[in-house]
Design a protein around this ligand. Structure first.
Ligand SMILES: *Cc1c(COP(=O)(O)O)cnc(C)c1O
Length: 339
């Protein structure tokens, strides 16, 4: 038994999901003739109370399209130093859109409206890049699955309105935040100009992300997606997995969250661990004591069939997901307890 806790992207589609994919009606989505893709886009747009949604192959492409829609070359995006768009999208913000990032030194990937205010360059001071977009992540990936305080988001929205800035949410794991905080997609739709969500993380699909936004921006998104090479043809087979997941895999995220909390509890009790970061959703980041080497620790776990990833600085990450069964969970707790 291999227990893969490196990420929630390692899941494989269930029989039921595969069946839904097999039965999908498809067409050429570049001509917008794939009724399953259209249905997925309409369903997600409706959930967020936004006029339009667009299916993307990856979350990276959806975020990159959003950045492109909100900015012009030379401009600047405000985001946290932990942001996925800054750290893990291959430098795409500069490559695709010619923009720089103004990094905020936040807390677990989160910052305040006051931080945003202090990082907006004065628009008439033409020596500095023009600030045009604020981007946040919920839940935060590098921040250990932390959830934003919704009121702070509303305050940032206000700052964006006052300074004519776009506001984009990287919601790769927004579903986890919605479940953990008992919030709704519609709530988020009201505060952001654009939101990207992943189907391929906690929701267990093999592929797929969706970008939602207002009519005019999303008209542009169709063009940008094509430019980035994301115009896909009979892709309803993949959209069908998304529709299946929206119906069956959202509420169950609580199971992943509970398992993560149970693992964190065990880790907080053992002597070889220095610190476990607070767990709110499905990600656990913890730090080994200085006398335990992370490479060696990972190797020992591997010998027990358990896979995690290192994050540098003797820190490790665990992500729970739909394919992480109760039987696996029992074993993991036992291995950690007895290490
Ligand atoms: C996974 C992830 C993405 C998108 O990743 P893809 O692998 O391109 O789908 C974007 N933002 C965050 C925070 C993520 O965790």
């Amino acid at each position: 038994m291999i227990i893969d806790l490196r990420s929630d992207t390692v899941t494989k589609p269930s029989k039921e999901m595969l069946q839904a994919m097999l039965e999908a009606s498809v067409g050429d989505d570049v001509y917008k003739e794939d009724i399953t893709v259209n249905k997925l886009e309409e369903t997600i747009a409706e959930m967020f109370g936004k006029p339009k949604a667009l299916f993307f192959p990856t979350g990276t492409m959806a975020n990159q399209a959003a950045i492109n829609l909100h900015t012009k070359p030379g401009e600047q995006v405000i985001c946290d130093k932990y942001a996925h768009i800054y750290n893990f999208e291959g430098g795409g913000a500069s490559f695709n859109s010619g923009v720089s990032c103004k990094l905020i030194d936040g807390d677990r990937g989160m910052f305040t409206a006051e931080d945003v205010l202090q990082n907006i360059n004065p628009p008439d001071f033409y020596h500095s890049p023009l600030t045009s977009l604020v981007e946040i992540e919920n839940t935060t990936n590098k921040g250990g699955g932390a959830c934003w305080d919704f009121e702070e988001i509303q305050k940032i929205r206000k700052v964006c309105n006052d300074h004519q800035l776009g506001f984009h949410l990287d919601g790769a794991r927004l579903w986890n935040a919605l479940i953990a905080k008992k919030e709704t997609a519609a709530q988020y739709g009201k505060e952001f100009d654009t939101i990207s969500v992943c189907l391929s993380k906690g929701l267990g699909c093999p592929i797929g992300s969706v970008l939602v936004g207002d009519e005019e921006l999303m008209q542009g998104a169709l063009r940008v997606r094509k430019i980035l090479g994301g115009g896909m043809r009979q892709v309803g087979y993949l959209a069908a997995a998304g529709l299946y997941a929206l119906e069956h895999h959202i509420n169950r995220l609580e199971v992943d969250h509970n398992k993560a909390k149970e693992i964190a509890y065990v880790l907080s009790k053992v002597s070889y661990i220095k610190k476990v970061e607070p767990v709110e959703t499905n990600i656990i980041i913890f730090e080994l004591v200085d006398t335990v080497n992370s490479e060696e620790f990972l190797k020992k776990l591997n010998e027990n069939g358990i896979k995690l990833i290192g994050m540098g600085e003797n820190k490790l990450r665990i992500v729970t997901h739909i394919d992480y069964t109760s039987k696996m969970h029992t074993k993991v707790l036992k291995v950690f307890n007895n290490y």
